[in-house]
Design a protein around this ligand. Structure first.
Ligand SMILES: Cc1cc2nc3c(=O)[nH]c(=O)nc-3n(C[C@H](O)[C@H](O)[C@H](O)COP(=O)(O)OP(=O)(O)OC[C@H]3O[C@@H](n4cnc5c(N)ncnc54)[C@H](O)[C@@H]3O)c2cc1C
Length: 478
């Protein structure tokens, strides 16, 4: 019996779990996938939006600005990558000056600091590769970039440090009320809790509709991307947006915290909530639209493409609160962009609602900090030598593209909520994220997972479930 069951281990569920762990509440997170950060939270633009885009007075605007402002301190406390590089919304036509000014006014009303319009000359100095047609831009110095995996994992790990339990491969299939308690039906049996937090991303409507007569509809809005090799690092210095339209913030070009260049996303409403494949059309659109704001984008340097699904609700607003006709059932739904930026503030809001309903008290022994996986590349030569002396695995490079050591991979597997699959290791260490996309390191990472988890190598998966990497013995059929 739990006080709270959070459904979904994406950034919203993990942020909520971390904030709930400040209270004397017994909390469990249920996730249908094999790991944290397997849904939309792993496939997005990774921008900490400044907050000028959301409608004035909306919850989305409030939590965006709050979440953005929390990032500096949180990234230090929880040891995840975040850089406040600033963003530019570029205008390609003098006719659009009014629209840009409106956007700035909206940002000011939302409480975004230091917004200003930069004209062509300054824009060119800030971004030498800006398109020749660019006339001006809205500059938001508070815009930033974050590692989405790191942010999600850091909050989840810190929640575990504070007593929260996570249960994976567990899909919630139904609810019933028994004696004022929620019985949660799953593919792994039943669990009971006083309070439910529904942070199920694109599936939040499915869960909501199981308990409420006021039906909700979440439309998956697909966004496709191209990721460019690190040789393109520095092609742009800020996140470069186009003027937003009714389908979203348009195709952006941005550096990532790890020094790649990210280009995308498209915006297309679809039906299938599992359809995260990329398409020729989508990638063609990304390439065509990105070249409007920057010139000579080195698209030959694409190393991978991916797509993510925004959890779009018709009102384009975060829906956070107790469901009117389902007591003690708290929705955290419609968390589309800027959900990643807002996550720290979303977590606080959700935990506040639950704590008030439960009359919960803050714990005195909450651990507010977490130490991430040591990255030897960030150490001095002397520190690297000392580390290798103490733990020789840090002297063994496994991923040559990203220079990831065996020591980091072992840490990723053995730490709380450790990686169980190739993708789990990849999200935690970047092994397999480089130019060869795991061509070289994948078999070696599989060996390390097999050894550390004491499992047959044939059982190691790409991403849990049936995603087996070894499907037969070589020359088996001869
Ligand atoms: C193309 C795109 C670009 C974006 N860019 C940005 C950006 O730059 N900045 C920004 O701030 N935001 C951005 N976002 C939005 C941001 O990524 C999301 O708002 C955020 O990741 C949502 O997190 P979540 O935890 O709510 O959902 P998810 O990460 O999807 O997590 C939900 C989890 O619930 C689990 N689940 C679902 N159903 C069940 C069930 N029945 N039982 C158990 N578990 C279940 C899923 O497996 C999943 O892990 C973008 C989104 C997209 C798609």
């Amino acid at each position: 019996m739990y006080d709270v069951i959070v459904i979904g281990a994406g950034v919203s569920g993990s942020a909520s779990a971390r904030e709930l762990s400040r209270y004397n509440l017994n909390t469990l997170v249920l996730e249908r996938d094999e790991d944290v950060c397997c849904g939309t939270s792993k496939a997005n633009s990774a921008i900490a939006h400044a907050g000028f885009d959301a409608e004035v007075g909306s919850l989305m605007a409030k939590l965006n600005v709050e979440g953005n402002l929390m990032m500096d301190e949180l990234s230090k406390d929880l040891d995840f990558s975040f850089k406040r590089i600033g963003s530019l919304v570029v205008c390609m036509n003098e006719r659009d000056r009014g629209a840009l000014e409106d956007l700035m006014a909206r940002g000011v009303a939302n409480g975004v600091q230091d917004l200003r319009i930069v004209e062509r000359k300054e824009l060119e100095e800030m971004e030498p590769n800006i398109s020749n047609e660019a006339v001006m831009a809205l500059f938001a110095p508070t815009g930033g970039i974050v590692c989405p995996f790191d942010l999600n994992l850091a909050m989840a790990e810190n929640a575990v440090d504070n007593g929260v339990k996570f249960q994976f491969d567990t899909q919630v299939t139904g609810f019933r009320k028994e004696n004022d308690l929620w019985v949660v039906e799953t593919n792994k049996g039943e669990l009971t809790a006083k309070y439910i937090v529904n942070a199920a991303g694109v599936f939040a409507d499915t869960l909501h509709n199981m308990v409420s007569e006021n039906k909700m509809k979440i439309t998956p809005r697909k966004g496709e991307y191209c990721l460019l090799d690190k040789t393109t690092g520095g092609f742009v210095n800020h996140t470069i947006f186009q003027l937003p339209d009714k389908m979203g913030k348009g195709v952006l070009v941005t550096p990532t915290v790890h020094g790649n260049t990210l280009v995308g996303p498209t915006s297309l409403d679809i039906e299938d909530k599992e359809a995260t494949s990329t398409t020729q059309d989508g990638l063609d659109t990304v390439i065509a639209k990105s070249s409007r704001t920057v010139k000579n984008l080195p698209m030959r340097q694409v190393i991978t493409s991916f797509s993510g699904l925004r959890a779009h609700e018709a009102g384009h607003e975060f829906i956070i609160g107790e469901v009117a006709d389902a007591k003690n059932f708290i929705d955290c739904a419609g968390i589309e962009s800027p959900g990643l930026t807002s996550a720290p503030a979303i977590g606080k809001m959700v935990a506040g609602i639950v704590a008030e309903l439960a009359n919960a008290e803050l714990k005195s022994d909450f651990i507010g900090t977490r130490v991430g996986i040591i990255d030897p590349k960030k150490l001095t030569k002397a520190e690297q030598m000392a580390l290798i002396q103490e733990k020789p695995a840090y002297g063994n490079i496994i991923c040559r593209c990203e220079m990831v050591t065996e020591g980091e991979i072992i840490d990723a597997i053995t730490r709380p909520l450790g990686a169980k699959s190739l993708d789990g290791v990849k999200r935690r260490t970047r092994s397999g994220m480089g130019r060869c996309q795991g061509g070289f390191c994948a078999p070696r990472v599989m060996e390390i997972i097999s050894r550390e988890k004491n499992m047959d190598i044939a059982e190691v998966t790409k991403s849990g479930g049936n995603s087996k990497l070894i499907v037969g013995v070589n020359k088996d059929t001869i």
